[in-house]
Design a protein around this ligand. Sequence first.
Ligand code: FA5
Length: 333
Amino acid sequence: LAKQAEQAFTDAVEQELFEAARVQFMGARSGQMKTLQKLMGGLSKEDRPAGGKKLNEVKNRIQAAMESASQRLDVAGTGGSKSGPMIDATLPGERRHLGRVHPITQTIEHLKDIMGRLGFEVVEGPEVEDTWHNFVALNIPEDHPARDPLDNFYLSVAGQTSVDANAHAARLLRSQTSTVQIRVMENRQPPIRIISLGRVYRPDEADATHFPMFHQMEGLWIDTHVTMAQLKSVLRMFATSYLGADVTIRFRPSFFPFTEPSVEADFLWNGNWIEFGGAGMVDPNVLKSVGYDPEQVSGFAFGLGVERLCMRRHHVEDIRDLYRNDLRFLHQF
Ligand code: FA5
């Protein structure tokens, strides 16, 4: 019997055969060992000790064969038998790495939300622009230093080695979102109350507060009686909504070709004034360039640096951290 059992367990190359052999030889109710055990009752008193010893020997051999077959099947099982890999439910689970929305994208959504509550509609404009929308319509004439190829990313034309920045067909990566003001005014009549958020590009050297690609939020409000006082209220309300009621902001007189008068807006951060945007009353020349009558309508515009707002709110001291793609940094948002 022991030999038969040993053979059966050696032949058990898969779980079902092993199970059949186990039931046949060691089954608790009608296994062959059980039958053998029952036969012991029929032995005479003198034969019983020797019979018992023999029975134990057989039982041990069958158990040993069964155990080694069981181990062999377990090991093979982890390699992917029909019943699948062995799972150790006591091992700690694997953490899945979930992606996060980039802090600047989160900021853009937040800014849209605040400005939406102030009644501003979101519009979009292209990143590759022509000189009309980026300069001319914004009252930036041909000889203006802002058009210098060294201060802009002009796109080269196939077959030409140098860029003619004044050519009518010249194209560039927009250097400001003010281009969208023109696109909206060209296609709509007042009243207009819009914002536009997106990337802008300048060959600025990267430092703690500058990056060659950054985002701006442009705002434009045109109606019959829009005033500078409304501009300052909107920027103040926006700044306290996004940065908190305790933020200190100031307006400085400034100059932009497309607004008159113009201001720059700063917030106080760790004892320093940081500029977060430019703004002003839309220049009558700009209103004329899109076919509006400056006697009938007026308006204000602003352009804010999205990265600097995000940095102030989340205490990011270096703009470059936003674009290093270091997951340890990004996972904090
Ligand atoms: C402008 O771009 C004007 N178009 C703003 C404007 C719009 C004025 C409408 C009037 C009416 P300025 O170049 O100052 O202005 O840029 C605006 C803001 O963008 C800055 O205050 C700053 O917050 C941010 N900014 C400018 N350059 C960089 C840079 N290299 N990296 C990160 N942020 C920048």
